[in-house]
Write a protein that binds this ligand. Structure first.
Ligand code: RNT
Ligand code: ZN
Length: 436
């Protein structure tokens, strides 16, 4: 257990040190406190969901590991998530998938093309009680109608229609979430469609996808309730050679239709990061979303760790001034949250609650590191062409006492400081998870 007196002393010294560099740690913590990350429900049960349609995971997604104690019901998943929230500073959101419809009763027998807000009433009531917002995703995997790996690009119009209906129904669910909870729901669309080997027709499936998407987005919904997003991916398991929904495809789609684009850190070639894409895309789109993930060798969706890639993403968000909502001259009305941060990974080889907590705390820590960087000095150096000073300061900043500021943040937010959250997760594992 860290000694509270030492923590307080460490923070005082850290605050002084940062002040010497022109950085106000108190202001940084006030900004960090307002950050709301959309936490992915699917870390809690290995992307299983609660349907009974007979599909199994696959379709480009793979979860490895069989650590005991996974959530088997909506009740267990909600309880686990509450535990996660209790270990994180700040107020965050939950990101649901359509396959997590709460089927206790009413919705039995409803297929994905018939879902509606009714199948999510328990989630809405719970989110309201927790005072958190919900985000949503269409589920285009783990279902018998994902045939040959095709959904919205299937050659059979009846299959495409089924999935178009699903797309529309989910947008309606998203709007119901947003309306009920008073915070817009991001409804994010990703499909697994693709080909294992070299196609001879690359255009055909893309034309079908374009048509299907236009059909899905045709019904106009109130943007204060629902925001639509599309998520590109360059490859997947069993789709190594061709993906109709590539980056260029969806970039063009998002810009021309003014929907959001979701950049997933694992969806590009292994050395290609998403950090540098953010400012490019924001020149053409008012708002985007992120799926912060960690691919190891491929889009393996490992728990987010405090890597250079993660820090580069956080720096773009913070140094680009995208942490808080802003008013854009081109957009009248309410200020826009230009970047919505979400997490996307699933590790079943370790305690799933710990996996959630580690990744979420790392996202916050990466933001804190960026908030505490001596950015005005760095900008001065860059703008005056002094790249020696820029490099020197960037490297010196890496060992500044950020940890003491993070501990202070956890302490004042009333959540476990430093590694002490782990003991709580271990206790919970002994008392709850191990009995499942
Ligand atoms: C898949 C996409 C997608 C999913 C989730 C479950 O490659 O990243 O976002 O991970 O929707
Ligand atoms: Zn993703």
């Amino acid at each position: 257990m860290p000694n509270p007196k030492s923590l307080a002393a460490a923070y005082t010294l850290a605050r002084e040190r940062f002040a010497e560099l022109g950085v106000d740690t108190e202001a940084a913590l006030r900004q960090l406190e307002k950050v709301s990350i959309s936490l992915h429900c699917w870390q809690g049960d290995d992307v299983g969901g609660f349907e009974t349609t007979g599909g199994t995971l696959g379709d480009g997604l793979a979860v490895t590991g069989n650590y005991p104690g996974k959530a088997r019901t909506p009740q267990e998943l909600r309880a686990d998530f509450e535990k996660v929230l209790s270990l994180l500073p700040g107020r965050h959101r939950l990101n649901l998938h359509a396959s997590y419809a709460d089927v206790s009763g009413r919705s039995l027998g409803r297929d994905r093309d018939q879902l509606g807000p009714d199948q999510f009433q328990e989630w809405i009531a719970w989110a309201r009680a927790q005072k958190i917002g919900l985000d949503f995703n269409q589920t285009y995997f783990g279902h018998p109608k994902v045939q040959g790996g095709f959904t919205l690009t299937h050659r059979d119009p009846a299959i495409r229609r089924f999935w178009v209906e699903h797309g529309i129904r989910c947008r309606e669910v998203g709007a119901a979430f947003g309306k009920a909870l008073g915070t817009p729901c991001l409804t994010n669309l990703w499909i697994p469609d693709g080909m294992k080997d070299t196609p001879v027709d690359r255009m055909g499936p893309r034309e079908l996808l374009l048509q299907s998407l236009d059909d899905i987005f045709r019904p106009k919904l109130d943007r204060t309730h629902n925001l639509d997003s599309v998520e590109p991916k360059l490859f997947g398991i069993g789709a190594e050679s061709y993906t109709p929904g590539s980056h260029e495809f969806y970039l063009g789609y998002a810009v021309s239709r003014q929907v959001l684009l979701t950049l997933d850190a694992g969806h590009y070639h292994p050395t290609e990061g998403i950090a540098d894409k953010i400012s490019s895309v924001l020149c053409f789109l008012p708002e985007i979303a992120l799926h912060v993930s960690r691919g190891v060798r491929w889009d393996s969706d490992h728990v987010v760790t405090l890597t250079d890639d993660l820090q580069a993403i956080a720096q773009e968000i913070v140094w680009g001034n995208h942490l808080a909502p802003v008013r854009l001259p081109s957009h009248a009305g309410a200020p826009l949250q230009r970047i919505r941060i979400g997490l996307d990974y699933f590790d079943a080889s370790i305690n799933r609650i710990a996996a959630w907590v580690i990744g979420s705390r790392n996202m916050l820590r990466a933001l804190l590191l960026a908030l505490l960087a001596p950015i005005s000095k760095l900008r001065d150096a860059e703008w005056s062409g002094d790249y020696t000073a820029r490099l020197a300061l960037l490297e010196e900043a890496k060992l500044l006492p950020t940890g003491a500021v993070w501990d202070q943040f956890c302490e004042t937010q009333g959540v476990p400081v430093a590694e002490t959250w782990l003991a709580e997760v271990q206790r919970h594992e002994r008392e709850v998870l191990s009995k499942r």
